[in-house]
Write a protein that binds this ligand. Sequence first.
Ligand code: ATP
Length: 347
Amino acid sequence: MTTVSLHNLSLAFHAGPAVLHDVSLTVAQGELMVLLGPSGSGKTTILRAIAGLLRPTEGDIRFDERTVLDVPPEKRGAVMVFQEHALFPFMDVGANVAFGLRMRRIDAGTIRRKVAQALAAVQLAGYEDRRPDELSGGQRQRVALARALVIQPRVLLLDEPLSSLEPSLREDLRGIIRTLQQQAGITMIFVTHDQADAVAVADRICLLMQGAVRQTGEPRSFFERPVDSDVARFFGGNNFLPGFKRGRIVDTDLGPLEVDDSERPDGDVLVTIRPEAVEVGENGHNNLVGMVESYSFHGLVARCGAGISDTQLQLTVTPYQRFSRGEEIILHLPRERIHLLPVENGQ
Ligand code: ATP
């Protein structure tokens, strides 16, 4: 098991501008870290640098405290699985999975046993004789995973392994990856731009924006304590209100709101509350009368827009709570769910 650490990594391609800026991150042994971020934020570049396919311009990459910058890719013990499950089309599944072991000159009996174990781990026991073109996309992706696992890498690097799959297969493979990681205790770094995939598989998430780390933490922390409005927006659907904080009260366009957040100093703030944290019905403090302006059913949830003075609050309710346009509702904003962000330029 291996701890991977990045120390003040910067990287520029050729003479171009830097695409990674001072990236520092530690992935504990056996941890599943997700690198999340919009397209072009530098996720794949970091993965390739860890694999040894790119050399950082500045900074260090260490496996268990030892620098690997001068260790060639094939000796690092980091294996990368790509989005486009690049299986050898002319080899059957067994030969594909065995490939890395054959290169290591291991005896045939051991190879057969290890291949069978790796296929069983991705729930494809007995698929050795199939050809890749006889498999579904999800199965091919699982073979690619088995091929990486079979050589027992120190570090498994997964580049968008779910993005070419339909939703139900995504869910299956998320579960398989999570189980493998928990059983085998492999250090995994998983790249995705999809926050739902990230939240579902990660022990911790590192959110990248424009080549720099914006926030690192457990999935829940991005919902409950985003560091700024970009992070809050990336995680979708927050309500934002400008306000002025005086102790435990914030004055807003909705009137004064009681808050719990004592970390933020008094003065201008950006008040956020997630749509699923807004409650319907009077309850203690922070009750507001709103007028339903929109309502839509989404299966597992329903979404509602409620107008209060000139502001609209978004709320997510259960699909069984039905409201009509024009209906008056009382909204409760629990103070422990209100999060205060710093005011940035132009907000
Ligand atoms: P995506 O989700 O779209 O794959 P990403 O977050 O993985 O994006 P990277 O592929 O790491 O982003 O790219 C980061 C930046 O580096 C982008 O601006 C990209 O254009 C640039 N870049 C990537 N590869 C090269 C290259 N070989 N030469 C020059 N610039 C590159």
